[in-house]
Ligand binder design. Structure first.
Ligand code: APR
Ligand code: PHB
Length: 390
C-alpha cells in the first residue's frame, strides 16, 4: 500500500493533522495501537484556545463544539481565602476560551474523518517508522498476525509521550529537556453543577485545587496530592472534604457534592525534545512535548504543531518547496517553549512544593497579590492563558 503521509497516533494531533491534510487533497492513513473505544474513554483537559477552535471549525469538526461548548471570558485565582477574577476578555483585547472536553474533540474529529471515508487502522501492533532519514520512508505494522507495509513520502509521529516515533530516532540526534514535579493531580468527574460558572485555580497551604467543568451539569475537579498516592485511598468523601478546605469560604459553602464516576491520578511533568524533525519523520503534540495541566496548554500546543506541519506539507505538495518543512521544527518549538514556560510558571506559583516551606508560600502570595493588582501582570497572564497567536 502507498499513501502520501502516514500518521502514527489517533489522538487529537493525528486526527486534526489528518483532517487538515485531507481537505488539502493530501492522502493520509492513521495507525493507532489501541481501539477507537479505548481512545474515547481517556479523560483529558478541556480548555480550547480560539486558534484551536478555528482549526476545528476549518476541518468540519466545530458544530457540536459551538452547540455544547461553554465560552469563558474570565477565571478566578483564589489565595489567602479570597477569590479574584481575571477578566480574560478585556485584558487580552477581546479573546476568550472555550470549555469543551478533549474526549469530545477527539470524537468530533473521528466523526469528521469517518464522513470522508479516510483510512484509520486501530489496534495496529508493532507500528514502526522506517528509513525516514532517506527519500523513501515506510511504516510497518501487524494486524491480526499479518505484517503490513505502507510506503509514503512522510511520516508524522503523533503518538504521544509513550509512542514509538520519538523512540525510533537515534539517541545522539535528539536532545531532551525535562522537569518532573514532586506531586500529582487527583481528578474526578461528577454529575453535579459546577461550583462557579468560571474556573477557579486555588493556591492553599494544603495544596493546589482546581474547579473546572464539562457542562452546566457536570463538574471536573482536581486536588494536588502526593504522586505516589493511590486512587483507592481517595474516597469521594475524602476528596470533597479536601477540596472544600482549599477553596475560599463562599465557594466551599456553595460546593455541591455527589458520587464521582471517574477518578484518576496524573503525574505532572514538563518535557521537550528537540528537534521535531528527523529527515522525513516529523513529531507533533505529546510525542514531542508534555506540559503540566496548569493552564491547559497540552491540546492547544498539539493544535499549533499540526497547523504548522500541515501548512509545510501543503506548501511542499503545491509549490514543490521544502522551505516550510525545513522551518517546521524551529517554528513549532518557538511556540512550544513559550507554553512550557507559562505552564511551568503557573504550576510553580499555584502548588505546594515539599522543599520551599513557608518562605515559598509567602513568595507565592506576594506574586499572586502583584498579579491581581498590576494591570500589566494581569494582562500578561490573560494573554498567555487565551493562547499566543499562531
Ligand atoms: N503505535 C501506534 N499508536 C500509538 C503508539 C504506537 N506505538 N503509541 C501511542 N499511540 C497512540 C495512542 O494510543 C494515542 O491514541 O498515539 C495516540 C497519541 O494520542 P495523545 O496521547 O492524545 O497525544 P496527542 O494526540 O499529541 O494529543 C495531545 O493530548 O495528552 C493530551 O495533554 C495532551 O491535550 C494534549 C493532547
Ligand atoms: C479540565 O477541565 O480538565 C482542566 C481545565 C483547566 C486546566 C486543566 C484541566 O488548567
Amino acid at each position: 500500500m502507498r499513501t502520501q503521509v502516514v500518521i502514527i497516533g489517533s489522538g487529537p494531533s493525528g486526527l486534526l493533522l489528518g483532517q487538515l491534510l485531507s481537505r488539502a487533497g493530501i492522502d493520509n492513513v492513521i495507525l493507532d495501537r489501541v481501539s477507537k473505544e479505548y481512545i474515547l474513554n481517556r479523560v483529558r483537559a478541556g480548555v480550547l484556545e480560539e486558534g484551536t477552535v478555528y482549526l476545528l471549525e476549518k476541518v468540519g469538526a466545530g458544530q457540536r463544539l459551538h452547540r455544547e461548548g461553554l465560552p469563558h471570558d474570565g477565571f478566578t485565582l483564589a489565595f489567602n481565602g479570597r477569590g479574584h477574577r481575571i477578566d480574560m476578555l478585556n485584558l487580552s483585547g477581546g479573546k476568550r476560551v472555550m470549555v469543551y472536553g478533549q474526549t469530545e474533540v477527539t470524537r468530533d474529529l473521528m466523526d469528521a474523518r469517518e464522513a470522508t471515508g479516510t483510512i484509520t487502522r486501530y489496534e495496529a501492533d508493532k507500528v514502526t517508522p522506517r528509513e525516514f532519514s532517506g527519500e523513501t520512508p515506510y511504516v510497518t505494522y501487524e494486524k491480526d498476525g499479518v505484517t503490513h507495509r505502507i510506503d509514503c513520502d512522510f511520516i508524522a509521529g503523533c503518538d504521544g509521550y509513550h509512542g514509538v516515533s520519538r523512540k525510533s530516532v537515534p539517541r545522539d540526534a535528539i536532545k531532551e529537556f525535562e522537569r518532573v514535579y514532586p506531586f500529582g493531580w487527583l481528578g474526578i468527574l461528577a454529575d453535579v453543577p459546577p461550583v462557579s460558572h468560571e474556573l477557579i485555580y486555588a493556591n492553599h497551604p494544603r495544596g493546589f485545587a482546581l474547579c473546572s467543568m464539562r457542562s452546566e451539569r457536570r463538574s471536573r475537579y482536581y486536588v494536588q496530592c502526593p504522586v505516589d498516592d493511590k486512587v483507592e485511598d481517595w474516597s469521594d468523601d475524602r476528596f470533597w472534604d479536601e477540596i472544600r478546605r482549599r477553596l475560599p469560604a463562599e465557594q466551599a459553602e456553595a460546593l455541591v457534592t455527589g458520587q464521582s464516576f471517574e477518578k484518576s491520578l496524573a503525574p505532572l511533568r514538563s518535557f521537550v525534545s528537540e528537534p521535531m524533525r528527523f529527515g522525513r519523520l516529523f513529531l507533533a503534540g505529546d510525542a514531542a512535548h508534555i506540559v503540566p495541566p496548569t493552564g491547559a496548554k497540552g491540546l492547544n500546543l498539539a493544535a499549533s504543531d499540526v497547523h504548522y506541519l500541515s501548512e509545510a506539507l501543503i506548501e511542499y505538495y503545491n509549490e514543490k518547496s521544502q522551505a516550510g518543512l525545513d522551518n517546521y521544527s524551529q517554528k513549532a518549538l518557538a511556540r512550544v517553549w513559550k507554553a512550557v514556560r507559562f505552564s511551568w510558571w503557573m504550576t510553580t506559583m499555584m502548588h505546594r512544593f515539599p522543599d520551599t516551606g513557608e518562605f515559598g508560600q509567602r513568595i507565592q502570595e506576594a506574586e499572586l497579590d502583584y498579579l491581581i493588582h498590576s494591570p500589566a501582570a494581569s494582562a500578561a497572564l490573560a494573554e498567555n492563558y487565551v493562547g499566543l497567536p499562531f
